[in-house]
Design a binder for this molecule. Structure first.
Ligand SMILES: Cc1cc2nc3c(=O)[nH]c(=O)nc-3n(C[C@H](O)[C@H](O)[C@H](O)COP(=O)(O)OP(=O)(O)OC[C@H]3O[C@@H](n4cnc5c(N)ncnc54)[C@H](O)[C@@H]3O)c2cc1C
Ligand code: FES
Length: 532
């Protein structure tokens, strides 16, 4: 029997299972709606991982909390009127300041890469700080919740780190600004702090590529990995009809999670053609573990239609999603469903690297064989350096940490293993490349900027991102262009928008710490585990 918490949602008292996110609690208690947009249409969580900002609500008087990244607490008071709540609420709540922190090695991201790096660096006797914006460590693949335990490897690693007194894991913590080359401003749920470091390891992972199509803002439409993340956070889907769509192996992982939690997966819709998929499956013989995993997932979903060379062209419904239209080869079909989870593969999460001005190789952070970036004492590992899966991320995290410790022989000893998974990554990229037909999915009225409700036609009336932004406000909402900028990049070929501080929506109390810190001499402290 689940242990229950009593919380209040929009003035109504209710009980929800302990350990679930606020996004999940809203779905348990009712519609799951988190806010109303500029044009007053209801919105619900979309990305499930802290990017889109569709899930912002007021929690215990603090406005603009991300429901997908906040765990429910006993007695919590949640209001979904966040978008119209007076900003004064956020200012009044302010940011309690913690003493400055200092780490020998600071790691951004607590997924497989960041945790592997932390274990090696801490084992070398360094004081290690790991920050992550999620409520619990694990990153995307090891995300866990009350009914979705982390795999044994992740549990063992987390337990080993929790016993190391020289490791501080800081959850629900984001980087707001770089104050100096070795100094960052961080913000947690209630606190802010300044952190200094000697070496930095970026392990910021990947995010989903979420592309616009008519109806993509309807409640019930999410990313594919986004749906998986929301379910792991406790969102109920039992009895619901779900279509999983987009591209890549993540579709099967998301479908398996949905099915395991009681949903009916109506169909899995893959944009790649059958020939590309056949070549990918044949290539899995080089990684028998992955072949077995693919076969096991397909067997578990054997009753579910797998439509290749297909993509969602639109979603429709009154207040919520009711049906989708799908292009299947040359035909168009309609599928009735309660949820659509649609994601077109993964993209390296580059915001931190771009903010620090690390050199890039295409859409990934440029690293050398020792995972060193173009900046001194800054390393990068995992999917922020290229999409490759958990195994590659883990090994790269270890190599980066050995390199940061100056133990080059230990790093080199892992090169062979890394090369095997790099070859797997190359095959993945080759076989799931996206069809150019997807560029034409949005119609003139499709909202490309979900934060500011800006239509595709309004944006395409301008020659580039900067002009579109200046004239329409696209990209100026709280997601800071992470959704619409990526969409414009794919559909229109426009370069990524530049990053400016603050890198994430932040409290004024946090930003005020910038001036104080720059004026003051650095304090240093390593005492105890600190949670921002
Ligand atoms: C939504 C989603 C679901 C996925 N599910 C699966 C799956 O089921 N099976 C599978 O094989 N692969 C899955 N993947 C692929 C998965 O990303 C990799 O296999 C693996 O998790 C990569 O590990 P990593 O350590 O490189 O990055 P991640 O696991 O992505 O970890 C990076 C962490 O850094 C955090 N972070 C990023 N930027 C900041 C910042 N500025 N401040 C603080 N924290 C930050 C992120 O929130 C995240 O927790 C999924 C990917 C996504 C995006
Ligand atoms: S659903 Fe929470 S930020 Fe996107």
């Amino acid at each position: 029997m689940d242990k229950l918490l009593r919380i209040t949602i929009d003035g109504r008292s209710c009980e929800v299972p302990q350990g679930i996110t606020v996004a999940a609690a809203l779905a348990h208690a009712g519609s799951g709606i988190t806010r109303h947009s500029v044009d007053a249409t209801p919105r619900a969580p979309f990305c499930g991982m802290g990017i889109c900002q569709e899930c912002r609500v007021t929690v215990d008087g603090r406005a603009h909390n991300l429901a997908c990244q906040t765990l429910c607490g006993q007695g919590m008071i949640i209001s979904t009127a966040a978008a119209s709540a007076p900003l004064a609420g956020a200012i009044a709540a302010g940011s309690q300041r913690s003493a400055s922190l200092y780490f020998d090695v600071l790691i951004i991201g607590a997924g497989p890469a960041g945790l592997a790096a932390a274990q090696i660096a801490a084992g070398g006797g360094e004081h290690v700080g790991v920050i992550d914006d999620n409520p619990q460590a694990g990153g995307q693949i090891w995300r866990h919740g009350p009914k979705a335990p982390a795999p044994k490897k992740a549990q063992a690693l987390l337990q080993s780190l929790s016993h190391m007194s020289n490791v501080s894991l800081m959850h629900n913590t984001r980087v707001v600004q770089q104050l100096a080359p070795d100094c960052l401003l961080l913000e947690g749920l209630q606190h802010s702090c300044v952190v200094r470091f000697r070496r930095l390891i970026l392990a910021t992972g990947a995010r989903e590529r979420l592309l616009p199509f008519p109806g993509w803002t309807l409640p019930g439409v999410t990313g594919a990995g986004g749906l998986q993340a929301l379910i792991k956070g406790g969102m109920p889907v039992a009895g619901q009809r779900i279509v999983i769509a987009g591209s890549g192996p993540l579709l099967f992982a998301a479908a398996a999670t949905a099915q395991a939690h009681g949903a009916t997966v109506v169909a899995i819709i893959e944009q790649s053609p059958p020939a590309a998929l056949a070549r990918f499956l044949a290539s899995l013989c080089y990684t028998p573990g992955k072949l077995a995993q693919a076969a096991w997932l397909r067997f578990g979903l054997r009753g579910t239609p797998y439509l290749l060379d297909s993509h969602v062209i639109s979603a429709s419904g009154q207040a919520n999603l009711e049906q989708i239209q799908v292009r299947h080869g040359t035909r168009q079909i309609t599928l009735a469903c309660d949820r659509l989870a649609c994601g077109y593969g993964l993209l390296p999460n580059l915001r931190m690297a771009q903010a620090l001005q690390c050199a890039q190789d295409g859409p990934a952070i440029r690293v050398d064989a020792l995972q060193r970036t173009s900046l001194p004492n800054v390393f990068a590992a995992g999917e922020c350096t290229g999409i490759g899966g958990m195994e590659l991320s883990f090994i790269e995290g270890q190599i980066a940490a050995y390199a940061a410790l100056g133990n080059e022989p230990a790093a080199r000893a892992l090169f062979k293993q890394r090369a095997k998974w790099q070859r797997f990554a190359a095959r993945l990229a080759e076989h799931f490349s996206l069809s150019s037909a997807l560029r034409n999915l949005p119609d003139a009225d499709t909202l490309i900027c979900r934060c500011e409700d800006i239509s595709y036609a309004a944006v395409t009336a301008h020659s580039d991102w900067r002009n579109a932004k200046l004239h329409t406000r696209c990209g100026m909402g709280p997601c800071q262009g992470q959704i619409c900028g990526t969409a414009a990049g794919f559909c229109l070929g426009w370069p990524d928008p530049a990053i400016r501080a603050p890198f994430t929506p932040s409290r004024i109390g946090t930003l005020m710490q910038t001036c104080d810190t720059l004026a003051a001499a650095p304090e240093q402290s390593n005492d105890g585990v600190m949670s921002c």
